[in-house]
Design a protein around this ligand. Structure first.
Ligand SMILES: C[S@@+](CC[C@H](N)C(=O)[O-])C[C@H]1O[C@@H](n2cnc3c(N)ncnc32)[C@H](O)[C@@H]1O
Length: 274
């Protein structure tokens, strides 16, 4: 795993959580730069790869319909690239497996989420944009080490229903699934005075939505809490959103992450100061 084009912001830390924030930043750096693995972690990662494979191989043999957009090069993409972009067409029959392989996080990034949560012992976790649940597998696996709890949110009816049926066995008080819009759930969490240690944002990739989510997330996040954003380079909207987030008040550290074969950073990570 290597790091590419890191953005650093280490401001003077004046907080009673100073030591925890410093430890968090150092562990993040070590994990995303070197990911030196213990024997136990190597075994866990191997078994996670197998779990991911089996999960994807056993997906129901069905098709889904979704909007298709064109990028600058005329390539088909599954999400809007520019503000107010109209879809090129609606695919009526994309095989589910094709959609999952295109839209889920790759194994290398899943490992990264797993290592960050388990090494930092982050216990209150939130995921925005569950999809079918590939990223959820890594979060739930990390929780086996931390004993934490996870909330995950998905807006799309067909995909949410499918996720619920595939994750029936996981529905307990440690895993809560919300079939809803992220901003609505975030507002409810705020009202109930919840606080969060770790957020994985892979929901709406629209500039306005990402920033609206992030403004609430910052109010829910504990000092030294982490937010990881997926697809920061997928569109001009996401690039602009990431830039603004990395400079947001309260963000003490921001870095981009490149793993596996990616040439450009796929994810961005921020740490909240006090
Ligand atoms: C890229 S997919 C998620 C993939 C998943 N994280 C994984 O790696 O397996 C993005 C998902 O976010 C959902 N989504 C988009 N906007 C959302 C919103 N405002 N609230 C909740 N979910 C949203 C989409 O329906 C889609 O299923």
């Amino acid at each position: 795993m290597n790091i590419f084009g890191a953005v650093r912001k280490e401001r003077f830390i004046k907080s009673k959580n100073k030591m925890e924030i410093i430890k968090t930043v150092f562990t993040v750096e070590r994990t995303i730069r070197y990911a030196l693995l213990s024997k136990k972690e190597k075994d866990e990662i191997y078994s996670l790869e197998r779990k991911r494979e089996i999960f994807i191989r056993n997906l129901p043999d069905i098709t889904i319909s979704h909007k298709i957009y064109l990028d600058k090069k005329g390539q088909e993409r599954y999400g809007r690239i520019y503000p107010d972009q109209k879809p090129q067409r609606i695919s009526q029959n994309t095989p589910l497996i094709k959609w999952v392989l295109r839209s889920s996080i790759p194994h290398s990034y899943g490992i990264l989420l797993y290592l960050l949560i388990s090494r930092l012992n982050k216990v209150a976790i939130l995921e925005l944009g569950t999809g079918i649940g590939v990223s959820t597998l890594y979060l739930l696996e990390a929780m086996k080490r931390t004993g934490g709890n996870l909330d995950s949110i998905e807006i799309w009816d067909a995909i949410a229903k499918l996720h619920m049926s595939l994750f029936k066995g996981h529905s307990n008080k440690k895993y809560n699934f919300f079939h809803a819009r992220s901003q609505d759930v975030l507002s409810t969490l705020l009202q109930s005075k919840r606080s969060l240690d770790f957020v994985f944002h892979d929901g709406s990739h629209q500039y306005k939505d990402v920033l609206a989510d992030m403004r609430i997330i910052m109010r829910l996040l504990k000092p030294a809490g982490i937010v990881v954003f997926d697809d920061i380079n997928i569109s001009t909207q996401m690039q602009a959103a990431w830039k603004e987030i990395s400079l947001m008040q309260g963000v003490i550290y921001a870095t981009t992450i490149t793993a596996g074969d990616n040439k450009f950073p796929k994810m961005g990570l921020i740490v909240r100061g006090s």
